[in-house]
Design a protein around this ligand. Structure first.
Ligand code: MLT
Length: 307
């Protein structure tokens, strides 16, 4: 077989099978293969650094990110070496939107706390009074695929949906099911603020001490986007000083974060970056990355080329 593909992180079997029909597939994270393969496939665990890229060149032609965020890939280095980077932006949309809604409902109804307290032998009721979704305002920061899917799901709860997105105009945001609004007004008006932006120089620390101080004291903050979009020490301070009510996080500045004060905080619900981790979406992701990487190697048209 003429192509060699290194699969560094776990991807579903269906995608591997498709790759194996056209290429020799090596499943390993051993750096000894760098320089000897035409394509590398990673999820978020493997960091495709400048060093990794230059050790892989000149044979490496394609980097496939099985997932959405490409913040673990040094795109400048890839571009300098003429390497194509592709991802799978559609495969996990519904799963992440559903998980976000699950976190919102968990915050609203204290579901994790109720579960935990019963398993510790108590029957808490008075302390676990929630704040429902009906007639509440959900502010969605980032109205791309996931944000707009969340808007559609949340509309079924009779919520007012506000949306902001620097890449979309007012009509586009409206057509995705949200009332267009500036960032500052969104954080002031929302009962639930959900983040759906990628991590970049512009979005790093977007939710900082200043932003948190403008939110309602009863507000809930949810992030299934990327660690780093929230300044975690500012969030801890805001929770400790009752500036906002609670937060639910699936993503963290450092993953895994360990037992930090933020993770252990009683007003914080956490999940270990599993929003995209359903059986169906991981199968779709593997199939999509397999077909996209093979298409790139065969010089066929690409659906999701980043560079
Ligand atoms: C993504 O960017 O696709 C998700 O956050 C899941 C992941 O990084 O594996």
């Amino acid at each position: 077989m003429s192509y060699r593909i290194l699969v560094c992180d776990e991807i579903s079997e269906a995608g591997l099978e498709n790759l194996k029909r056209e290429a020799e597939v090596i499943r390993s994270d051993d750096s000894k293969y760098l320089g000897k393969v035409d394509a590398i496939i990673v999820r978020s665990r493997t960091k495709v650094t400048r060093e990794l890229v230059s050790r892989s060149s000149p044979r490496l032609r394609v980097i496939g990110r099985a997932g959405v965020g490409v913040d673990n890939i040094d795109l400048d280095a890839a571009q300098e070496h003429g390497i194509i980077v592709v991802n799978t932006p559609e495969a996990t949309t519904i799963s992440v939107a559903e998980h976000t809604l699950g976190l919102i409902l968990s915050l609203a109804h204290n579901i994790p706390q109720g579960n935990q307290s019963m398993k510790e032998g108590s029957w808490e009721k008075a302390n676990l009074r929630g704040l429902g979704l009906y007639n509440k305002t959900l502010g969605i920061i980032g109205m791309g695929r996931i944000g707009s899917t969340l808007a559609r799901l949340a509309a079924g709860f009779n919520m007012t949906i506000l949306g902001c997105d620097v890449n979309l105009n007012e009509n586009e945001i409206r057509s995705q099911g949200a009332e267009p609004i500036e960032f500052e007004d969104l954080i002031k008006r929302s009962d639930y603020v959900s983040l759906h932006v990628s991590l970049s120089e512009t979005t790093k620390g977007l939710i900082n001490a200043e932003a948190l101080s403008k939110m309602k004291r009863s507000a809930h903050l949810i992030s299934t986007s990327r660690g780093g979009v929230i300044d975690e020490s500012a969030l801890l301070n805001a929770l400790e000083s009752d500036e906002i009510a609670a937060a639910a996080l699936d993503v963290f500045e450092n993953e895994p974060p360990g037992l930090t004060p933020l993770i252990m905080h009683p007003k914080v619900i956490v999940t270990p970056h599993i929003a995209a981790q359903t059986e169906e979406s991981q199968t779709r992701t593997a199939l999509d990355i397999a077909s996209e990487v093979l298409a790139a190697l065969m010089n066929k048209p690409l659906r999701w080329r980043i560079i």
